[in-house]
Write a protein that binds this ligand. Structure first.
Ligand SMILES: Cc1cc2nc3c(=O)[nH]c(=O)nc-3n(C[C@H](O)[C@H](O)[C@H](O)COP(=O)(O)O)c2cc1C
Length: 455
């Protein structure tokens, strides 16, 4: 594949972009239009109307480091204004993309740099090098086995409600990258599978889509693929100090017809990233303003270092309704960033924080104690349905997984469906063998090691 330089890549007009991605350039009735229709209630039903298998597509190969250098400085407010103006100009009149000034601004490379970074994240996580060797805390818990459950396993009810919608099991696909074109196939596979399974889907950061108008598969097509389930929009809290506000939040939500907006908190990742955003002053107030104005609930979420009970309380007090703890013990963004560090010094700084954070099990229990009224999502290093059962016992309403489903998501919707069928069945067996007829009963299940102090 021919390498596109940063400015050339950023010059890609929407129509050309669509063509590169394999969609008809002028049509939202793209290949997404083969969207399957299923009953949200049919967790075991096979996917119907299958599309031919897609191969992940590449839009922009990573440019060599020298090419990337020009993009690695944090963007100033003035540069951002110029770039926005250039994008607006080029959207109004694509021929303006031939003007040197428009090109220079639009091609300042932010979207391209973000795409490179997101591509590298995918590679590191898929290779298994981003997983912390630390502990989630789930191994400290063992359920007491019920040798006479007095239940019909098939009658166990795993359904629950989330953001006002009924879902078939308490699982959530946690946010994964929405940047590179490769994520297009990943998001389609996840959307189809989640809709068939009746599980919610959180998408990765929409920052690129909001800033560049290149939605890379994060548009209404996603909602058409997943009409029945909760879809969650996403961008980083740090963006609230860089010009994002209510308008951008509404755009993120509207872009996919989302039921809620995730604001992700990733201070560690930003701190160890050379190009990270490190001004986090005043963000709680900005989150409060957003929560007071946005028409959908706000979810505050970490990305693998956990949220403490005390912080969760402050977030809920300013209007956040849902907390996703995304605790430590699973994907470590310090490790992921160490893998893509440009110097031994950067790598050493990041690697020291490989196991940093609040372990997932501790975070769930702590947040539940501090915020009895909040919806809590337990995530971070969830391996299987038994970890999920423990998360629910600790106080989670839902259990999220990201890295664990990524490999399946790069393959097909069927692979994702089969991945979650395994997790759901494991959770069902955990309920059966603790004598729990539903999720409420599972929360009351007895433990073997009664001295566990987590809850
Ligand atoms: C490839 C990849 C990309 C991710 N991108 C995002 C993102 O854009 N926004 C976000 O909130 N979290 C993002 N995350 C973090 C996850 O949603 C999750 O919180 C974290 O990986 C911990 O869960 P895990 O141990 O199951 O992977 C990403 C995770 C992975 C693996």
């Amino acid at each position: 594949m021919r390498l596109l330089g940063a400015s050339e890549a950023c010059r890609t007009a929407p129509s050309r972009l669509a063509g590169t991605l394999g969609w008809p350039a002028n049509s939202s009735a793209s290949r997404f239009s083969t969207a399957i229709r299923t009953d949200a209630g049919a967790s075991s039903r096979k996917l119907e109307g299958r599309r031919p298998r897609r191969e992940p597509v590449e839009l922009i190969d990573a440019p060599p480091p020298s090419d990337r250098g020009q993009c690695s400085e944090p963007e100033t407010a003035l540069e951002r204004k110029h770039r926005k103006a250039a994008y607006i100009a080029s959207a109004v009149c694509p021929c303006m993309l031939e003007w040197p000034w428009v090109l220079a601004q639009a091609g300042r490379g932010k979207p391209s740099l973000l795409n490179d970074r997101k591509n590298e994240h995918l590679d590191v996580v898929l290779s298994g090098r981003g997983r912390s060797s630390g502990q989630t805390g789930f191994d400290e818990i063992a359920f007491e086995h019920a040798a006479l459950p007095e239940l019909d396993m098939d009658d166990i009810d795993l359904s629950t409600t989330f953001v006002g919608k009924r879902i078939n099991a308490p699982f959530l696909v946690s946010s994964m990258t929405g940047g590179p074109a490769r994520a297009l196939a990943i998001n389609q596979n996840l959307a189809e599978a989640c809709n068939a399974l009746g599980l919610p889907l959180a998408i990765g950061s929409q920052r690129i889509a909001i800033e560049s108008r290149e939605n890379a598969g994060l548009g209404q097509e996603l909602r058409r693929l997943a009409p029945d389930i909760p879809l969650l929009a996403n961008f980083g809290a740090a963006q609230l100090n860089l010009g994002f506000g209510l308008a951008e939040a509404e755009r993120a939500v509207e872009m996919i017809g989302a039921d809620a907006l995730i604001i992700h908190l990733n201070p560690l990742q930003e701190a160890v990233q050379p190009e990270g955003n490190r001004n986090w002053r005043g963000l709680l107030g900005r989150i409060e303003t957003l929560a007071g104005a946005l028409h959908v609930p706000i979810i505050a979420k970490e990305v693998g270092a956990g949220i403490s009970g005390a912080l969760a309380r402050r977030l809920v007090d300013v209007g956040v309704q849902i907390i996703d703890v995304a605790g430590s013990g699973g994907t470590s963004w310090a490790l992921v960033e160490a893998e893509r560090a440009q110097s031994p010094e950067q790598a050493a700084i990041a690697r020291a924080f490989a196991d940093w954070g609040v372990p997932t099990a501790t975070a769930i229990a702590d947040v539940r104690r501090a915020c009895p009224e909040a919806v809590v999502i337990g995530s971070g290093g969830v391996r299987d349905g038994i970890d999920a059962a423990k998360a629910i016992w600790l106080g989670a309403n839902l259990v999220g997984q990201a890295a664990g489903v990524l490999a399946a998501a790069t393959q097909s919707a069927e692979a994702v469906t089969s991945h979650f069928n395994v997790l759901v069945q494991q959770l069902r067996i955990a309920c059966f063998c603790t004598g729990s007829a539903n999720l409420a009963a599972l929360k009351q299940a007895s433990l073997q090691n009664r001295n566990v102090s987590l809850r």
